[in-house]
Design a protein around this ligand. Structure first.
Ligand code: KG4
Ligand code: ZN
Length: 342
């Protein structure tokens, strides 16, 4: 393989990710997650995440170099997530990347977390067709993007106006008595359920709401509807059909996500759709997206689940694109920006 040798560091949430790529080839992707430390709180605790990043950083960098069979001094550049994400968590990654760049005298590239969720598919499925539409769905974000150029032109078509899709999965899982993070558990139990058991609301899909929020999402009303439905059952002393409710909820989320993503492709004349973020691991979302893309003549790209969730490879992949296309490195004073726009 050829191309620039880039190390990427990701610490925007609860995974400490270090990836190494050469050009478009993935050499190593090592992740240390603090997710189990957050489980008893039912959500990610920023302070706990920051401390975990600090402890995991050096061992994770060492492991990635070892796995890739490279030495730090051979790197061509260091890339790091500068936002959006949890401030304290981002600071640990940025400080580490700056230290490496300074000590090794290598260029530093601060990258956008959402852009790198898109870029990671390059190491999985090859060069990104441009423009591409991207649906990014995770515990922290739900965005519909138009990507004319992954290195310097990404447009936001829409995003969630309340909860992220993964957040809705996690909250509904909690209502159903399933462990955190709930997405994978809902996915699993829903396989045995009837997706047509309850018709839950599809937010922002009709009337004025759809006009005003054509490519935006809303999941908090859905989450509340599921909670009310379950409460009513319990009040009546009836058993809750967990699999059926999980399947019906999942159907509502994936229906809205895929419907608007395909509509965005059609209206913007885009033939390629990429889905990323932790929720892209959802089996129903993958199946429905494939069906609807096939029907609309759209090519669908979904990285393997391990590259959909937060990782260092995505940062390294975008860093390599920035180097290859001759983009200027970041200033070493680059700040963490918790609400960095795309
Ligand atoms: O991208 P990610 O690892 O971290 C961020 O939130 O940035 O995404 C984690 C989210 C969690 O909300 C988790 O419940 C959800 O992705 N998730 C899933 C599945 N696997 C992970 N949601 C639905 N179905 C899944 N199979
Ligand atoms: Zn993410």
């Amino acid at each position: 393989a050829d191309g620039p040798l880039v190390l990427g560091i990701e610490t925007s949430c609860d995974e400490t990710g270090v990836g190494i790529v050469r050009g478009q080839t993935l050499l190593a992707d090592v992740i240390a997650s603090s997710v189990q430390e957050h489980a008893r709180f039912g959500g990610v605790v920023p302070e706990v995440a920051s401390r975990a990043h600090l402890e995991a950083m050096i061992p994770t960098i060492d492991a990635a170099c070892q796995r890739a069979g490279v030495r730090l001094r051979d790197l061509d550049a260091i890339a790091v997530t500068s936002g959006p994400g949890l401030s304290g968590a981002l600071l640990v990654g940025l400080a580490s990347a700056k230290a490496l760049a300074l000590a090794l005298d290598k260029p530093l590239y601060g990258v956008n977390h959402l852009a790198s969720h898109v870029a990671v598919d390059i190491v999985e499925h090859g060069p990104l067709p441009e423009p591409t539409a991207a649906l990014l769905v995770s515990g922290g974000h739900s965005n519909l993007l138009l990507v004319p150029d992954i290195t310097n032109d990404i447009r936001s078509l829409g995003s969630t106006i309340d909860d992220a899709a993964g957040e809705a999965f996690d909250k509904v899982a909690r209502v159903l008595g399933l462990p955190f993070p709930g997405g994978p558990h809902i996915d699993r139990v829903a396989r045995e359920g009837d997706a047509a058991y309850v018709t839950f609301p599809r937010g922002l899909t009709s009337g004025r709401d759809m006009e005003r929020h054509r490519f935006d999402y809303s999941f908090s009303g859905l989450k509340t509807a599921v909670a009310r439905w379950v409460e009513a059952r319990e009040r009546d002393g009836q058993p809750v059909p967990v699999a059926d409710v999980a399947a019906s909820f999942q159907e509502a989320v994936t229906d809205v996500l895929t419907r608007k993503a395909v509509l965005a492709c059609r209206e913007h004349g885009v033939d390629d759709l990429l889905i990323g973020g932790g929720v892209a691991a959802n089996s129903r979302l993958r199946a429905m997206a494939q069906e609807r893309c096939d029907a609309a003549g759209i090519r669908l790209r979904v990285p393997r689940p391990g590259l959909c969730t937060d990782n260092g490879a995505m940062v390294a992949a975008l860093g390599a694109q920035l180097v290859e296309r001759g983009r200027a490195p970041s200033d070493l004073a680059i700040p963490a920006d918790s609400s960095l726009p795309v």
